[in-house]
Design a binder for this molecule. Structure first.
Ligand SMILES: [Zn+2]
Length: 387
């Protein structure tokens, strides 16, 4: 199912649904749903009785109900050709399955769609090796999207239906659907048209071949993993940057303290738009922490004539990201003078960090001790070490 609007089309006026073969990816049947009809709407606007022999409106419920209804329509229509669709794969967030069970005269088995399950578990995983997935579905939606861009609205007229039909033909036949359509209309396709379509077909079949190789899939998955790890690394460093309502900063403990202990609950705070006295507004403004700029180090150019005292240092931490604590601090200068100190972190050491630095925290006789290579070492507090 695809909609002509973003965000799963919860309010879309049109949608298209297709039944696709699990192993071939070919479209077996399709339908387009319209919630409105332009010519009828225009007639109503002009105060006339709508009289439209080519009315496109075929759906009156909500946009969300398009998917189950379209599925039931397609699964029932196929019985006329003495065929049945025995297995349905789809995501788990619509009522399509239960509608199919109730309204289709033959039994339909449901397979869960692996890609969608993974997306709902974590939006980041994307297993490319799965064959029974919705990539065919996405590929059809991409083609429809290219012919029926979401920026423009073609719903409510036959234009939308033609665009969906062309997309289905292109998925099933490739670009040669264009000369074939022309031929069946008794129009001889032009030289450039045939030439272009052959080229496009060759390009897409080459693309398909290239993308189906193991090397390509491996590379794509590597790139994807790399991107994910980079993103989570950055997110770890930056902390939460985007979250609904995060800019309001109303529920942090610091904020409530700073409101002169007036014990404002969240419900009080939601009323702020209703009636706010100037004094109250000042209170709210005071609650927002003052801006502190990030400290910057002055850049200095290297001067040959000057003597520099270089100190090399290294730290070990108990984890990565913003919450990491230092467990060991070591330094050496050019004279060979060395410094090394262990620091007892307030939280235990991450197992991944332990693997690297061989440091662990164990509790001996009720006291937390730092161990290196399973031997206890003398550890200090961070403030002591930095002094
Ligand atoms: Zn109409």
């Amino acid at each position: 199912m695809g909609w002509q609007k973003r965000e799963r089309g919860f309010n879309s006026k049109t949608g298209h649904a297709a039944v696709m073969g699990l192993s071939t990816g070919k479209v077996l049947d399709y339908t387009a749903k319209h919630k409105m009809c332009r010519s009828c709407d225009q007639a109503k606007k002009a105060g006339k009785q709508p009289n439209d022999p080519d009315c496109r409106k075929n759906h009156s419920g909500s946009s969300k109900s398009m998917e189950p209804l379209a599925a039931v329509e397609l699964f029932n229509k196929v019985t006329k050709s003495n065929v049945k669709f025995s297995i349905y794969t789809g995501d788990d967030d619509s009522m399509t399955e239960s509608h199919l069970k109730q309204k289709v005269p033959y039994g339909v088995e449901k397979w869960s769609d692996t890609v969608h399950i993974k997306r709902s578990l974590t939006t980041r995983l994307y297993n490319l090796s799965q064959r029974t997935n919705s990539q065919y579905n996405e590929s059809l939606n991409n083609v429809v999207g290219s012919k029926n861009p979401k920026l423009h609205f073609y719903g409510g007229s036959e234009s939308n239906d033609y665009r969906v039909s062309c997309s289905v033909s292109q998925v099933n036949l490739g670009y040669r659907y264009i000369p074939q359509t022309l031929a069946s209309l008794n129009i001889e396709p032009g030289l450039f048209c045939v030439d272009h379509n052959t080229k496009m077909d060759m390009k897409s079949s080459k693309d398909k071949q290239r993308k189906s190789t193991v090397a390509f899939k491996r590379r794509r998955s590597q790139l994807h993993k790399h991107q994910i790890s980079e993103t989570s690394k950055n997110e770890g460093k930056e902390g939460t940057m985007y979250e609904s309502g995060i800019g309001l900063n109303l529920n942090s403990s610091a904020t409530t303290l700073e409101l002169n202990n007036s014990e404002l609950s969240i419900t009080d705070l939601y009323d702020i738009t209703a009636a706010v006295t100037k004094q109250q507004q000042e209170q709210y403004e005071n609650a927002v922490p003052k801006y502190t700029s990030r400290p910057t180090v002055q850049k200095e150019k290297f001067d040959d004539s000057k003597f520099y005292h270089f100190v090399l240092f290294d730290i070990e931490t108990n984890s990565t990201g913003k919450s990491a604590e230092v467990c060991q601090l070591a330094a050496v200068d050019r004279s060979g003078k060395q410094f090394s100190c262990y620091i007892l972190p307030t939280r235990d050491i991450d197992s991944h960090a332990s693997k690297v630095n061989k440091l662990t925290v164990k509790t001996v006789n009720g006291i937390r001790r730092l161990f290196k290579d399973n031997r206890q070492v003398e550890a200090f507090e961070l403030s002591q070490v930095l002094r």
